[in-house]
Write a protein that binds this ligand. Structure first.
Ligand code: NCD
Length: 359
């Protein structure tokens, strides 16, 4: 069975198949209406969402399927203390596929260990957001006509922005990608992405302090919101909250053919004066999210019983009872998930569920 917890759960070929199916759905919407009739999607959202939850809902409706679930865990048995694994066991009796968002990192991966239906990670803490990645890839393809060979600048909260982490991972499989990281010291990209993704796969990246110095070379500018809810320290948030703002003057430095993406919601990091610029792709990106989720639902259903499309082979986990994950927001510090680790670059041990470095 295929789950989508991390962008690397899909091979490059599977990713490309989803992107091209989404394009076919856009071109021939009527062909897919009814393809999921009598099937049910459960949306289990333990954390706020507008776009992601509604686009999953809308995607399933377009395919003629039904949707059930909750958008506020306080109204579910979670408030009685039910674990993620138990909830998923129960919901698997009612639905054919589950889309889950959780503020606890690794919650969805832990849930796959007991699930009898495919689970789609709709965002886990500041860790991963693979369906936003599919949305972003489709948007880049549609805006620029290619993904290979782009120079992409990630700007804003690269530390807590899960959409950034997942997109960089996925881009590591395309050709000649250049990554430029534009962030203040406090919001820099986590080390595990730099070392285990960029350095391991050889994506060139560089870190800069201002947008101006790199605007002219970008094919894609990926803007992000400072993730207020992930900060443990409010003063730190106040110091960085207005770090980078995109305005018309900065846009005037960019190439004529360029695309500004943002997973949304925006707060103040893109002025509304940019919205009318033809390069502002963020609202088109939202609609792409619906089409790509339709394609994903269709493909996960098609692959469900196909051994050719299982989960990718994993290295053996390391079990060590003397070690603990250092991340208070990891599933293994919130539920009874085992203390399980994977070996990263340079023999570093990382938590199996959230990738935090433990040794
Ligand atoms: C993002 C998310 O939830 O991570 N939004 C989304 O899914 N479109 C980005 C954000 O919240 O800033």
């Amino acid at each position: 069975m295929k789950h989508l917890i991390d962008p690397m759960d899909l091979s490059k070929q599977e990713t490309d198949e989803i992107i091209s199916l989404a394009q076919d759905i856009i071109a021939h919407r009527e062909r897919y209406q009814g393809s999921m009739s009598h099937r049910k999607l459960a949306t289990l959202f333990y954390e706020p969402s507008t776009r992601t939850r509604l686009s999953f809902t809308s995607a399933m409706m377009e395919l003629g399927g039904n949707v059930l679930g909750f958008s506020d865990a306080r109204n579910s048995s979670v408030s009685k203390g039910e674990t993620v694994q138990d909830t998923v066991r129960v919901v698997g009796c009612f639905a054919d596929v589950i889309a889950m968002r959780h503020s606890i990192e690794g919650a969805q991966l832990y849930a796959t260990e007991v699930s009898r239906v495919p689970i789609i990670n709709a965002g886990d803490g500041s860790h991963s957001h693979p369906t936003q990645t599919l949305t972003d890839l489709l948007t880049i393809q549609r805006e620029l006509g290619r993904i290979d060979g782009i120079t992409i600048g990630f700007c804003g909260d690269l530390r807590f922005g899960r959409t950034v982490h997942s997109l960089i991972k996925a881009l590591s499989r395309y050709k000649d990608i250049k990554v430029i990281l534009i962030a203040p010291q406090e919001l820099k990209l986590p080390d595990y992405i730099k070392r285990d993704v960029c350095e391991r796969t050889g994506i060139p990246y560089r870190e800069v302090e201002t947008m101006e110095e790199v605007m002219p070379e970008l094919d894609v500018l990926y803007m992000t919101r400072v993730q207020k809810e992930r900060f443990l320290d409010e003063d730190e948030f106040d110091r960085v909250k207005d770090s980078f703002v995109l305005d018309a003057a900065r846009m005037s430095l960019a190439k004529k053919k360029m695309a500004v993406l943002h997973p949304l919601p925006r707060v103040n990091e893109i002025l509304t004066e940019v919205d009318a610029d033809p390069r502002a792709a963020y609202f088109r990106q939202v609609e792409n999210g619906k089409f790509v989720r339709e394609a994903l639902i269709v493909k996960l259903h098609e692959w469900k019983d196909d051994p050719e499309h299982g989960m990718p082979a994993q290295e053996e986990p390391v079990y060590d009872d003397t070690l603990r994950c250092v991340n208070p927001k990891c599933i293994c510090n919130n539920e009874h998930a085992p203390h399980k680790f994977r070996r990263g670059e340079d023999d570093v041990l990382r938590c199996w569920y959230c990738d935090s470095k433990v040794r």
